[in-house]
Design a protein around this ligand. Structure first.
Ligand SMILES: Cc1cc2nc3c(=O)[nH]c(=O)nc-3n(C[C@H](O)[C@H](O)[C@H](O)COP(=O)(O)O)c2cc1C
Length: 363
């Protein structure tokens, strides 16, 4: 079995986020915005794998956000995307992102066990309990208004998955949402389970995450605030005898000079931002989820355009490395990275920033 990079200790984890989605994380109209073809994803997966990057995380999305680009209107389905990448890489962990309401737990348990075999122990699961109401309507589903119901459903869903992974015995399950007769899990994931990610913001979601996940994702808006938030989450988890690490997501524009990086930020995320899509994204996030602190709306609108609300890593290799070190100091266990064009821009990051992180001893 290959080691799962997400299980590495004492290493600041680096991954990519959203390369399966049209425009990646940049809500921009520029010509070179990310084309989420399989070919591009495969090139990226191999580049990341060879560079020792730890994981790839996709977004599960069923309808776009409108605007001129219909941001995230084109999305590669994440389970099949992960299967293809795991078959084509050697070391990197690859996650599938799954909406509990749209995917039956017996099917998902088997899919994850299958891709874990394909990747020889490198699969992961990002659980989404749901927030995007129009998307639920598009699928003919009803998003419960209250978070209690959303997470009660997600808990029962994950209990079924975990039970299927716990043994090959046949069992019945008579829950509120799932009544199952004589089911069993075979195959099981190679280690019995896989790393679990959850990105809840609400109190109910954070209970769910600290009960079930290995990694909780949260935006890094203000690092002093993040340090407190991380400490609270870790305390909440350890009170349940669990360990949860906190990850965040960042957007990279790395150039030889700061002027070049800032000019490209202005070009992609101001002058050519798809503002209609940005406003739809912000409106939906604030209507249905608690992931982003509501009082920080103005700052968040700009950051949404840049990198879907990610932490800005904009500047020279030294500045980008320092930004990553500041996330490490704040207590994050890792971050995802996104680029306007992942395949074109990652090699410069690899060659100039990764050695600085190695030298700083965080990788
Ligand atoms: C790193 C990260 C990944 C996410 N992935 C997805 C996703 O793929 N699909 C989705 O619908 N929502 C995704 N979300 C949104 C969260 O799942 C959403 O904010 C959460 O369900 C809201 O829960 P809350 O109301 O408890 O804050 C992601 C959020 C973050 C920060």
């Amino acid at each position: 079995m290959t080691k799962n990079m997400m299980l590495a200790e004492n290493r600041f984890l680096l991954g990519t986020f959203s390369s399966n989605c049209s425009s990646g994380m940049s809500v921009t109209k520029v010509e070179e915005r990310w084309q989420n073809t399989w070919e591009n994803n495969l090139s990226l997966g191999r580049l990341l794998d060879d560079a020792g990057i730890d994981f790839m995380l996709p977004i599960a999305r069923w309808i776009g956000y409108g605007g001129d680009t219909d941001f995230h209107g084109g999305v590669l389905e994440t389970m099949t995307w992960a299967a293809g990448l795991l078959a084509s890489t050697k070391q990197i962990s690859v996650f599938a992102t799954i909406h509990t309401a749209a995917n039956h737990p017996v099917v998902v348990a088997k899919q994850i066990a299958t891709i874990d075999q394909i990747g020889n122990g490198r699969a992961g699961l990002n659980i989404v309990a749901g927030w995007n109401k129009p998307e639920y309507e598009a699928l003919g589903l009803t998003l419960p208004d209250d978070h209690e119901t959303r997470y009660a459903y997600a808990q029962e869903w994950f209990d079924v998955v975990r039970k299927l992974w716990a043994s090959k015995e046949y069992f019945d399950s008579d829950g509120k949402y799932f009544q199952l007769k004589g089911v069993h899990g075979d195959p099981l994931p190679l280690r019995g389970d896989v790393p679990i990610i959850n990105a809840a913001g609400s109190p109910q979601g954070r209970e769910f995450a600290t009960d079930n996940a290995n990694f909780l994702f949260t935006p890094a808006i203000d690092l002093a605030r993040s340090t407190e938030e991380i400490a609270e989450l870790k305390t909440q988890a350890s009170a349940k005898n669990r360990k949860v690490d906190v990850l965040t997501f960042s957007h990279v524009i790395c150039r030889p000079t700061e002027e070049e990086a800032l000019a490209y930020l202005e070009h992609t995320a101001k002058t050519n931002a798809d503002w209609e899509a940005v406003d739809n994204l912000v409106r939906l996030q604030f209507a249905h989820a608690h992931s982003f602190p509501h009082e920080l709306l103005a700052l968040i609108r700009d950051r949404m355009a840049m990198g879907h609300g990610g932490f800005p890593l904009i500047g020279t290799p030294d500045q980008v490395a320092e930004g990553i070190l500041s996330l490490h100091r704040a207590g994050f266990a890792g971050t995802t990275l996104s680029f306007v064009d992942y395949v074109r821009e990652f090699p410069y990051f690899r060659d100039t920033v990764l050695p600085k992180l190695d030298a700083a001893g965080i990788r």
